[in-house]
Write a protein that binds this ligand. Structure first.
Ligand code: ZN
Ligand code: ZN
Length: 195
C-alpha cells in the first residue's frame, strides 16, 4: 500500500471527498470510488493517526499535528440547554456502536461517538449518570461517557450538523440493521474494539 503522499486530491481528505461526491449524487463514480476507498482509507487513517501521535511527542507538536483539526473547538449540549460542553482539538478516534446497551440507552439503532482526551473536555450544568452514560436529568439528552483518561462524546449532541467527524470503525456489526450498509472505509468489529 502506497504512502498517502501520493494522494492526488491534496486539499480534500479522501473521506471528505467521498461525502461530497455522495451529496452530488455522482453515483457511478461514487461506486468505483467506494471500492477504491475501502482499500485505501484504512491505511491512510492509520498513517495520519501515527503522524499525529508522533507529532504530539516531539518538541514542536503544533507543526506536526494536522492543522485542519488541531485547534478546532467543538461545542454541544442537551435538548433543553441546561447542559453544555466543549471539546478541543481532534478526537482520538470516532466510531459507531450497534450494541444492545447503546440501542437501549439512546432509543436509536446505533450511536455515533467520538473519544477525546479527558483534558480536552469541559462541561457546565448538572448531569445524572446511569451505567457510565451521563445525561441531562431534565430533558434526558445524552452527552458523555467519562473515563479516567478519556471523554466519549455522543456526537449527535454537537451543535453543528453535519459534523466533519467521520467514523473509522463500527462495533457489534452483527447487530447492525439490515438496511444499513457497512461504511466501506471503516474497520468492522463484531464486538467491542480490540485493545
Ligand atoms: Zn437538558
Ligand atoms: Zn455500544
Amino acid at each position: 500500500m502506497g504512502a498517502p503522499a501520493a494522494w492526488p486530491f491534496r486539499n480534500l481528505r479522501p473521506h471528505e471527498l467521498f461525502v461530497r461526491m455522495s451529496l452530488h449524487r455522482t453515483q457511478r463514480f461514487e461506486d468505483v470510488f467506494r471500492s477504491l476507498l475501502a482499500e485505501f482509507l484504512p491505511a491512510w487513517l492509520r498513517s495520519e493517526r501515527r503522524q499525529q501521535s508522533e507529532g504530539a511527542r516531539t518538541t514542536r507538536p503544533a507543526a506536526a499535528v494536522n492543522p485542519a483539526t488541531a485547534d478546532i473547538q467543538r461545542e454541544g449540549g442537551c435538548l433543553c440547554g441546561a447542559v453544555r460542553f466543549r471539546v478541543s482539538g481532534a478526537p482520538l478516534r470516532v466510531g459507531l456502536c450497534h450494541c444492545q446497551d447503546c440501542r437501549r440507552a439512546s432509543g436509536s439503532f446505533f450511536t455515533p461517538f467520538g473519544v477525546w482526551p479527558i483534558a480536552a473536555y469541559t462541561s457546565s450544568g448538572k448531569m445524572k449518570t446511569f451505567a457510565h452514560r451521563s445525561f441531562c436529568p431534565n430533558c434526558g439528552g445524552r452527552i458523555v461517557w467519562l473515563r479516567n483518561d478519556e471523554a466519549e462524546i455522543m456526537l449527535g449532541s454537537l451543535d453543528i450538523a453535519p459534523s466533519d467527524l467521520i467514523p473509522e470503525y463500527e462495533l457489534w456489526t452483527s447487530r447492525r440493521e439490515n438496511w444499513l450498509a457497512a461504511l466501506p472505509w471503516a474497520d468492522q468489529f463484531d464486538g467491542d474494539r480490540p485493545v
